[in-house]
Design a protein around this ligand. Structure first.
Ligand code: HEC
Ligand code: HEC
Length: 261
């Protein structure tokens, strides 16, 4: 690793430090929600439904939920009725394998499949306000529910791929997800406190972005941070990682839409 070239990013000092500290730091402790590592101010902002900027997307999602779209001119509500009943707990068990296609679906992909399969509408692109709003609205119905995903049967190969990726060193900084989020959780990095890398707060409002963003956008930022290849949002690489993160975070409560630095 050539630290001098990356000093400007601030990652390097910590990355160098990690090389020294890694062997002694084992992660034999419970995985905690992202909010555990947040400042008091951000925590207060997240907890206040009026002040939490992510709630704007949730209320937009509620309007979209009732809006008839596509060739079928059906709304989400026309099939799923009241989201606070029918969508409660759903986000806590995603990603999950779709029975019809055998593919691994996260919430975004499930919502888009309802659009194409059931509404005769086009899929929405990642990071569009519409997809973020619908995802945040659905995820919000599970707030407080504890994450519990299936990793057996058809989900097993996806889980295995995600687990492997989590522990594989990548990028010019040659770091795995685990080296930051397992071995160095609680340490400071570029003004952040490194968390356990849990996805249950997403989509989240990130101050740095000044908008709500998807979990895959966050993963792209982590890949960029170590100068590794960034996969597309919705890619099989990030989907299987998302499943591994969820299994790792079993019993952690959903806190979407979270607020993050
Ligand atoms: C160089 C250290 C580093 C590496 C390597 C890294 N991340 Fe991160 N990651 C961070 C930092 C810093 C943040 C922002 C603070 C936080 O929430 O942990 C973050 C945030 C996250 C979050 C959001 C957590 C939350 O509650 O909002 C997730 C999920 C995540 N990372 C997953 C991953 C995955 C998966 C990988 C491997 C592909 C990875 N990270 C690699 C440093 C890293
Ligand atoms: C014409 C009926 C119909 C419409 C309209 C519809 N869905 Fe669905 N939805 C389904 C069916 C059926 C399933 C079960 C999976 C499948 O067969 O595609 C499902 C599954 C889901 C699930 C996963 C539930 C679970 O328990 O795993 C979510 C989330 C969801 N839909 C969200 C939406 C959203 C958001 C919209 C509007 C953008 C929408 N759906 C529109 C019929 C519909």
């Amino acid at each position: 690793m050539q630290c001098s070239r990356f000093l400007v990013s601030g990652f390097c000092g910590v990355a160098g430090l990690m090389g020294v500290l890694l062997p002694v730091l084992a992660a034999d402790r419970p995985v905690r929600p992202g909010s555990f590592y947040m400042s008091k101010n951000l925590l207060a902002l997240q907890a206040d439904d009026i002040a939490n900027p992510g709630m704007l997307w949730v209320s937009d999602g509620e309007s979209l939920w009732r809006q008839p779209v596509g060739r079928a001119q059906k709304s989400c509500a026309s099939c799923h009725d009241a989201a606070d009943v029918t969508m409660k707990g759903v986000a806590a068990r995603y990603p999950a394998v779709d029975a019809e296609s055998g593919e691994l679906f996260n919430l975004e992909k499930r919502i888009n499949t309802c659009r194409t399969r059931h509404q005769g509408a086009a899929a929405l692109a990642y990071e569009t306000d519409e997809l973020l709003a619908l995802t945040a609205y659905v995820a919000h119905q599970s707030r407080g529910e504890r994450v519990k995903v299936h990793i057996d049967g058809p989900a097993a190969p996806f889980y295995e791929a995600g687990r492997k990726r989590f522990y594989t060193r990548v990028g010019q900084l040659n770091l795995s997800c685990a080296q930051c989020h397992e071995a160095n959780a609680g340490r400071r990095l570029r003004g952040d406190t490194i968390s356990d890398g849990v996805g249950s707060g997403w989509p989240a409002y990130r101050l740095e972005w000044q908008t709500l963003g998807s979990l895959h956008r966050r993963l792209r930022a982590c890949s960029l941070g170590v100068r590794a290849r960034q996969f597309d949002s919705g890619s099989p690489e990030y989907l299987s990682l998302e499943l591994y993160l969820a299994k790792r975070a079993e019993d952690v409560p959903v806190e979407a839409p979270a607020v993050r630095r």
